[in-house]
Design a protein around this ligand. Sequence first.
Ligand code: HMG
Ligand code: MG
Length: 298
Amino acid sequence: DLPTRVRIHEVGARDGLQNEKATVPTEVKAEFIRRLADAGLTTIEATSFVHPKWVPQLADAEALFPTVADLPVALPVLVPNERGLDRALGLGARRVAVFASATESFAKANLNRTVDEALAMFEPVVSRAKAASVHVRGYLSMCFGDPWEGAVPIPQVVKVCRALLDMGCDELSLGDTIGVATPGHVVALLAALDEAGVPPTALGVHFHDTYGQALANTLAALQQGVTTVDASAGGLGGCPYAKSATGNLATEDLVWMLRGLGIDTGIDLGRLVATSTWMASQLGRPSPSRTVRALSHE
Ligand code: HMG
Ligand code: MG
């Protein structure tokens, strides 16, 4: 069975841009977010309040966030620690995301912490956010494979998911950071999570498209009851701290599939394609999304 409605969590402005070498001007990012909202996206991850040396592209978070804060959409932001939370709350953010890792190697590379030290770092972030009635998403990276450790055992993923939920996260997002998942693995992980008391309704899926499996993996997750899907307009993206990660599932490819399945998203595909084509011209290279390419040649 497929859901009748899917919520798309748009990550282009954060996951999509964080890996860009050349600095994208703040006004271009703001325009990108405004156009995404205008195309009908309702959850648009805006930026990250991380250490500016770790992700220089998003060092303008303080300048950017207030320029889009008035949009009638949810604008989650990434916060790794209390310093990040202070910065986000100071600007009126109402949704934040912490980001854990299922593997020790990536926890070290991305957060300079062990898995448990990172969870300890998130605990006061989540409790303070909840006390301020701020919605908290918990990302979990390397849910399928890790560039240093290879295939990631399912129980290891389940354990960190439980820890994030027990901490008080409102929803989780399962990250295939380097895009190595295949549909059978997705079904097996979702089944193990359900058995451990983490139902698909508490989950979003976050696929990178390195091996061209993102859309197939998403369909598998929808068939298991997941209704929140992360995607990046134009297929922008990659993670600076995970070698071999490419862009996320392209939002256009997702919308095209969902539309064909009769699943409502509320998105104007023409406006979205125009936005990604414009963004591609800003970045100086064509979008890798097949749907963007097909529709922009019409
Ligand atoms: P650290 O070096 O261990 O930091 O980095 P620290 O806690 O030791 O603090 C050192 C200094 O940094 C201090 O300054 C802090 O104030 C400052 P000093 O006292 O020395 O002058 N500092 C900060 N400044 C501004 N904002 C902050 C902040 N925190 C500390 N928030 C840290 C630890 C977590 C900060 C660092 O590792 C970091 O910023 N990491 C972020 C990495 C990142 O953003 N990665 C990409 C996002 S994750 C992703 O893309 C995966 C995802 O898409 C899902 C998937 O695909 O799997 C979500
Ligand atoms: Mg990602």
